[in-house]
Design a protein around this ligand. Sequence first.
Ligand code: SF4
Length: 295
Amino acid sequence: MTPLPLPTDPPPLFQDLLVEPEEARSILRPQKDERYGFGFALSPYRGCGHGCRYCYVREYPNALHKPEDWGGWVAPKLNAPELLWSQRHRLHGQRVFMASATDPYQPLERQYRLSRRCLEVLLLCPTTEVIVHTRSPMVLQDLDLLKAFGPRLSVGLSIPTDDDTVRQAVEPHAPAIPSRWAAAERLAAAGIAVTVGVAPLLAVHNPQAFARRARASGASNAWVGGLRLLKQDPFYKVLADHGWLKVLDPAYVEGIRLAFREVFPARRRVRERPEEPEPPPPPPIRQPGLFDRVS
Ligand code: SF4
């Protein structure tokens, strides 16, 4: 693939963000623990502009050089699509999760379009399934591309609370909760399998209405993941200051799970294993989407 000339300076929108473009040495991280349900994780960025206050990724080795400034820097992996193409032989029959250590549709994706370009490569790869996981309705800008995967792709939307004031306190740079519901609805209406990830579970205003909202969005699945936190973690104090320590109580987590089980009674897996794919065609010549407008 012919690399595109990519910007090295952040656009005005991201002036507060330290952008450190890099050439990655690897792009596919194997996941050997079968409980995760995927074979490879793919992260087109290092760091994440959403900067969620609870984010565990700041503890990862590749983020440890600036843990205190989590959300203030991002390293776009400029060669991610080309590297992925060179590694496509590893993907036969694999499920790929995008992304485990960043949000593929964080604000910088508007400029760099690395997630889109990686998806364009994945479309040509013999994967069993691609799971795109995000907090952002920006995923809709690639709706046509997502649809092109058919049942080979699903989208997970993180919606950890029904209360946008909680989101503002905890995920201040991530999109508002109503915009995530709108994204879930549009994806589901387009025939894409959507899973709502209530994770990590934050304070919830009305568990039953929250679960019903998830169902009404057209999502086919939902899961609830409790927060695990040590007292010395700075986020513990955030929870305590807001009176939200209940989210650490297993009984609270179970109560929310029950509310979701009532409206998602059986785990409906809509994904299907596709027929054995054709061998991949030659690499794409076009490198579209770099400066596509975000609607
Ligand atoms: S969106 Fe995900 S990766 Fe990004 S800061 Fe939030 S939890 Fe971390």
